[in-house]
Design a protein around this ligand. Structure first.
Ligand code: ZN
Length: 310
């Protein structure tokens, strides 16, 4: 069984820039490109397989036709979505629903739990995670009265930081940040505040009522089960295991061999170059290691983020 190399899908955004081209060498649709959907079978950005026996097939159709590639995972849709986000400017202050709320209010869609690995950021960059309201009614009143500065919780970020964003956690990526995001395969975002910006002459839609219904108050710091270990040929950082995914970083120097267990493994090469099972790989490439692939042999100087569905 070969690896499934993925052709990303790109999304323009008013806050996007050119780093997906400048840093990763992708062909992007414009100088305001915000997102690379690197591994996705979501209907709003379904990736195709590049090369191999499934060349040109959509990931969603592979998922339907060959469940054994994905370890016969029981859910009816490809569960994860891996993105690279280039925030040249601030993203809206937003929140995502959980599965239960999305099932009722969003046509049976999945909720969205997501996590961020900071690939790079400009000095002094901050990020918004959580808020300072003491309870639900204070949260509601701060939002209705537009007390954004008092409401939002800003924290400094640096390259290599990792953050879990649970449903109900208000958040915003600030300008100057390049992020690898691993998330549930969902595209549901409730915008609380968009800095009164215009897109094509109009403000983007806000979702104040859904946000107030969804935001958890008070904010609770999520728990991380992170750990680190030196392996033969790689330094391994386990970043998180949550009910939807686990995420790991491997910094490979030389030869590294590993059998990836579980249903299947998403891999994003975020730095360096080398080979996997003899095939050339380099920064910006993304692939899936199907179930039952056995031992994978990596060689080179490579940094990669891997994710597995739970
Ligand atoms: Zn988000």
């Amino acid at each position: 069984m070969g690896l499934l190399f993925i052709e990303p899908v790109f999304k323009e955004a008013i806050w996007g820039g050119t780093k997906l081209r400048d840093v990763f060498g992708y062909t992007i649709p414009s100088d305001t490109t915000g997102e690379c959907w690197a591994i996705s079978a979501h209907k709003n950005g379904d990736c195709r397989i590049k090369g191999g026996e499934y060349d040109g097939e959509y990931l969603s159709s592979l998922w339907e036709k060959y469940p054994q590639l994905f370890g016969n995972y029981s859910k009816d849709q490809f569960p994860l979505l891996v993105k690279i986000i280039d925030a040249k400017n601030d993203l809206s202050i937003q929140v995502h629903p959980d599965d239960a709320y999305a099932a009722v209010h969003e046509n049976g869609s999945l909720g969205k739990t997501e996590c961020w690995y900071i690939l790079d950021c400009e000095p002094g960059t901050e990020i918004v995670i959580g808020h300072h309201a003491k309870n639900h009614s204070e949260m509601e009143s701060m939002i209705r009265n537009h007390q954004w500065e008092a409401f939002i919780r800003k924290i400094p970020v640096k390259k290599g930081d990792f953050f879990q964003i649970n449903p109900g956690c208000v958040h915003a990526i600030k300008g100057g940040t390049l992020i690898l995001e691993t998330q549930q395969s969902s595209d549901i975002t409730y915008r609380v505040y968009d800095y009164d910006r215009l897109s094509d002459g109009k403000p983007r839609q806000l979702h104040v009522e859904q946000s107030i219904a969804t935001i958890q108050a008070p904010f609770e710091q999520p728990v991380y089960d992170s750990s680190e270990e030196q392996l033969n040929g790689a330094f391994h950082s386990h970043l998180i295991t949550c009910p939807y995914y686990s995420v790991d970083r491997y910094q490979i120097d030389g030869v590294f061999e590993k059998e990836f267990l579980g249903y299947f493994t998403n891999v994003s090469i975020i730095d360096g170059e080398g080979t996997v099972n003899g095939e050339k790989i380099k920064k910006g490439m993304h692939f899936i290691i199907p179930a039952g692939s056995g031992l994978c042999r990596f060689e080179g100087k490579l940094e990669m983020i891997c994710s597995n569905p739970e």
